[in-house]
Design a protein around this ligand. Structure first.
Ligand code: ATP
Length: 735
């Protein structure tokens, strides 16, 4: 029989933060009881009106099974104090809760809602904090209403906050009118979730909005896998399967979508293919501009190149090989050029030589790389300042449009005679598009990178496509120089790349293999290496900063998720002095090594030493938790260059532990010591390419742990995931 009960949470026994499923002990004036169900934001001290019925659990006995839960405001002073002390309102912790209730008593919640300024009458609360608390309370009340309504669609409290932040009061209307809109607007809601909501609302399977959304979802899925387009037949088949509709229904909707400008249907090399519009525009534009820059006449260097190379060799006290000289010359003689090579083949040396020559020639030059870490490394190894490509292009967050934009554009281009882009294998097509927009013909554009690395995380295969098109001048460096040859990491990387097995465990060398059987033993060894053996051996190395565990996968015992949990337990165990903040299954603790997992151009950072401020935290940025403010439920992370970034509780889904990261995420970064498990991994991932990328991340030592045979299998597995990208064909056709 359905009943309605009110009560205050005494104790939370279990809470799934993702979906709000909770088991909690409630109390009211008459009884104490256990309730089970979806309770938004459940915490001790909060009051609810529960609708449900009594059930008898075979083990735990009688429980109140909740079908609907509505948070209500407490009515006693003790209740208000407990509610505020629960962390329900940002900015109020236990101590402040007591002081506020002491001041305003039963009038507390009204004051917070109607006269938040008056909170500054409480000791320790300034005007700014009063305003933060007022805003937070307002948002809390509104989110509670939205969340209550969205419970029926299994939308988690965390998602409800994001929905409210995106749509404000209109959230409920948008969810019920076109849930598919959420897929585009709200991080964390994908097609499947929107489709489940639509199912509950009763939207028809063949509804046009549904199919359009399914098509976009499928295209986005392929973009996420690195493709810029997908063959039309494959798209119809996959989207049809996803939505359980016929391929014909998908095909019919495609035409309308193309008409609306959401997608582009094109015949590429004899095949009908479909692009999401931004990727089509980017490919076309990149192609057109690359050719324009390549064919433009260049500012003349007023000296003989051979003699400039001679001067540089003298000044730098080195003799460039024939191939290196050739690379230097061709990069200065062509509008666009590419220099590739594996580790130790002299890419940095060539950048240095080119920079030296350009300085002598009075050319204005910029060096940039796709990631902050790569840019920092170039500055450290070459001595020339390098920025990220984003910074070079003066990115900013455009508040009104809610997107990231570049300040450097076709109308306001970069003012350099030469632009050198290092780690070019990591540039995806959208970033390349931004770059090409800002380059005027007449600029020399030099791409340097290792085309055998894994391709960019984002869609496209820009570097390889430029090389394979044979329209851009490319030089491949193959010689490994003496100093580099002393490193087994370098020698083995080249062996792996050629399909040969690496040499391991040579005395006084830097490439080690620890043979271990079974995943449990591998995991135990990795933990022991990080916590004890490696710090004891490499005395100068910091196990948090200088060692990096890499893994091919996210899931499983040796996946990054589990490795992080296990490594956190040994490298930064719980301690009464280290504050913690939970998010779903994750626990963040002060000192933890963490990684930002999506580009967030809006997120603000502050540098304490010079009070500079800016916006933008990027996918792959690694930092450490500096402190956790329990009163504000905020986690403060310090990233490279002492940039402090504050995450509120709802933003913690953008953060992951980073004791272990996937090899894909590690691209462009280098670490003194790299440790990687080698077990059975899915063949699409356990490739030569991936092993090569992982090994080349290590500078001082690479330690592989697991099965030697599995490593040999990876070397054998020369499967390169082909990406559907059109840049190569476009470049060829325009030539
Ligand atoms: N022409 C040369 N003569 C002698 N030594 C050279 C020459 N070119 C490069 N080297 C040396 O080879 C080593 C590797 O060169 P460099 O660091 O430029 O390669 P890289 O391709 O940038 O390597 P990585 O990708 O690993 O950073 C360095 O010690 C460098 O001094």
């Amino acid at each position: 029989m359905t009943e309605v009960k009110c009560g205050t949470i005494e104790d939370v026994i279990y809470k799934n933060k993702e979906n709000g499923y909770t088991i909690a002990v409630f109390e009211n004036e008459e009884e104490s009881f256990t309730a089970v169900g979806y309770l938004p934001f459940a915490d001790a001290g909060r009051c609810y009106e529960l609708t449900g019925s009594w059930k008898v659990h075979p083990v735990y006995g009688e429980q109140f099974d909740v079908t609907e839960a509505k948070e209500i405001m407490p009515t006693s002073t003790k209740g208000i104090e407990n509610f505020l002390a629960s962390g329900a309102v940002k900015g109020i912790g236990k101590k402040t809760a007591i002081l506020i209730v002491k001041k305003f008593g039963l009038d507390t919640l009204r004051v917070m809602e109607e006269e938040p300024d008056r909170l500054s009458e409480v000791e320790g609360i300034g005007e700014k904090k009063a305003s933060i608390i007022g805003e937070a309370f307002k948002e809390k009340r509104a989110v509670a209403d939205v969340s209550l309504f969205l419970q029926q669609f299994d939308i988690s409290p965390g998602c409800a906050i994001r929905l409210y932040r995106e749509y404000g009061e209109a959230a409920v209307d948008i969810v019920t009118q076109n849930p598919y809109q959420l897929v585009n607007d709200v991080y964390g809601i994908g097609f499947k979730k929107a489709d489940a909501i639509a199912g509950k609302i009763g939207i028809d399977k063949n509804d046009e909005c549904r199919i359009q959304s399914g098509v976009k979802f499928t295209l986005n899925y392929y973009v996420g896998e690195g493709h810029t387009y997908i063959p039309q037949t494959l798209l119809c088949e996959k989207a049809g399967q996803l939505m359980d509709v016929s391929t014909e229904s998908v095909y019919e909707v495609l035409v309308g979508m193309a008409f609306e400008g959401d997608i582009q249907i094109e015949i590429l090399e004899g095949q009908t293919v479909v692009f999401l519009m931004p990727y089509f525009m980017a490919e076309q534009n990149v192609c057109k501009r690359l050719l324009a820059v390549n064919n433009a006449s260049l500012k003349v260097i007023n000296a003989d190149l051979d003699s400039l190379i001679g001067i540089t060799e003298k000044e730098k006290n080195l003799e460039l090989s024939q191939n290196q000289k050739f690379a230097v010359k061709s990069s200065l003689l062509n509008g666009v050029s590419v220099i590739t090579g594996g580790p130790g083949t002299g890419k940095t040396t060539i950048i240095n030589a080119i920079m030296n020559i350009l300085e002598h020639s009075g050319m204005k030059t910029a060096i940039a790389a796709p990631t902050g870490r790569a840019a920092k490394r170039i500055t450290e190894t070459s001595g020339y300042y390098a920025s990220t490509i984003h910074r070079l292009l003066e990115y900013y967050y455009s508040e009104g449009e809610d997107i990231m934009r570049f300040g450097k554009t076709e109308e306001n281009p970069l003012d350099y005679d030469v632009v050198i882009i290092d780690e070019a294998s990591m540039i995806d097509i959208l970033l390349m598009n931004g770059l090409m927009n800002a380059i005027v013909p007449g600029t020399r554009l030099i791409f340097v990178g290792d085309s055998d690395q894994l391709p960019s995380v984002g869609a496209g295969n820009v570097l390889r496509d430029m090389i394979d098109s044979e329209t851009i001048y490319s030089v491949k460096l193959t010689e490994i120089f003496r100093q580099a040859k002393e490193s087994l990491i370098v020698v083995n990387a080249h062996k792996i790349n050629k399909g040969e097995n690496p040499d391991c465990n040579e005395k006084d060398k830097d490439f080690f293999f620890l043979q271990k059987n079974g995943e449990k033993e591998m995991l135990a060894t990795i933990k022991d290496l990080c916590a004890r053996r490696l710090p004891a051996y490499f005395k100068d190395c910091d196990s948090m900063k200088d060692m990096q565990v890499l893994t091919p996968v996210r899931k499983g015992m040796l996946g990054s998720i589990n490795l992080n949990k296990e490594l956190q337990a040994v490298l930064n165990p719980p301690d009464k002095d280290l504050a913690e903040q939970k998010y779903g299954e994750k626990t963040f603790r002060v000192n933890d090594k963490v990684m930002q997992i999506k580009n967030n151009y809006q997120m603000s950072w502050k540098r304490l030493e010079d009070f500079t401020e800016g916006q933008g935290v990027f996918n792959g940025d690694v930092g450490f938790i500096d402190h956790i403010d329990k009163e504000f439920n905020e986690v403060v992370v310090v990233f490279d260059d002492n940039k402090y970034v504050t995450y509120d509780a709802a933003q913690l889904d953008e953060l992951e532990l980073a004791y272990a990261v996937t090899v894909h995420k590690s691209q462009g970064s280098e670490f003194p010591i790299v440790i990687m498990p080698v077990s059975w991994f899915p063949p699409v991932l356990a490739t030569r390419n991936l092993l090569y990328t992982a090994v080349t991340r290590g500078k001082q030592a690479v330690v592989l742990v697991g099965s030697m045979n599995k490593m040999y299998a990876m070397v054998e597995n020369n499967r390169i995931m082909d990406r559907y990208t059109g840049l190569k064909a476009r470049l060829k056709s325009l030539l």
